[in-house]
Ligand binder design. Structure first.
Ligand code: GAR
Length: 209
């Protein structure tokens, strides 16, 4: 059994993509990445995918409507069970979201609904919060507004600057994203309005910690 078929959308560095690749290789996620799709040809994430022997696709169409249509066509042709946004810096069109209901996830570097949008770590530092973190959520049509799947809190330490805080949040992101994908692969996520219920593991299966 090959398990869950995933498409991962990226725009940059790809460390969250790498965490998912590593999670699959370690046997923590029962599934495979069928393609990594980028809106930026130079994204380092594409090199990571190539290194892991994963198909890469670049979509650079403009204007935005042409891009969204090309992405929708591409995703329909691939037919993934789950789409992961991993540092993908564009909003998805409603046609894409409606074509994959409850099957698109995003990782965001704050405890949503605090600090949505760009530079969430900088927003947290500038606001002066003592605790921030990361959120994995299902994607709806808003910006970082969909139902929350998992969150991990990260303290803001006295000596933190943007780099040190971002680095600690990133470590939490990698753990949290792998866990959320594991739960999805095990069929344990149920969306009820804004709440995502996490169902108990099947008999004989171990709890994810
Ligand atoms: C991550 O911190 C991710 O949470 C953030 O971009 C970074 C991508 O890093 N995403 C957003 O801010 C989306 N609103 P990566 O390319 O190394 O995974």
């Amino acid at each position: 059994m090959t398990g869950l078929k995933m498409a991962v959308l990226v725009s940059g560095r790809g460390s969250n993509l790498q965490a998912i690749i590593d999670g699959i290789q370690a046997g923590e996620i029962n599934g495979e990445i069928i393609a990594v799709i980028s809106d930026k040809r130079e994204a380092y994430a594409l090199r990571r995918a190539e290194r892991a022997g994963i198909r890469t696709i670049v979509i650079e169409e403009s204007p935005p409507e042409a891009f969204q249509q090309a992405l929708l066509n591409c995703l329909r042709a691939l037919g993934p069970d789950l789409i992961l946004l991993a540092g993908f810096m564009r909003l998805l069109s409603s046609s894409i979201i409606n074509s994959f209901p409850g099957r698109i996830m995003n990782i965001h570097p704050s405890l949503l609904p605090s600090f949505p949008g760009l530079q969430a770590q900088r927003q947290a530092l500038e606001y002066g919060v003592k605790v921030t973190g990361c959120t994995v959520h299902f994607v709806d049509e808003g910006m970082d507004t969909g139902p929350v799947i998992l969150q991990e809190a990260v303290p803001v330490l006295e000596g933190d600057d943007l780099d040190s805080l971002s680095e600690r949040i990133l470590e939490a992101e990698h753990r949290t994203y792998v866990k959320a994908v594991q739960l999805f692969a095990q069929g344990r996520l149920e969306i009820e309005g804004r709440r995502v219920r996490i169902l108990p593991p099947a008999p004989g299966k171990e709890e994810i910690v």
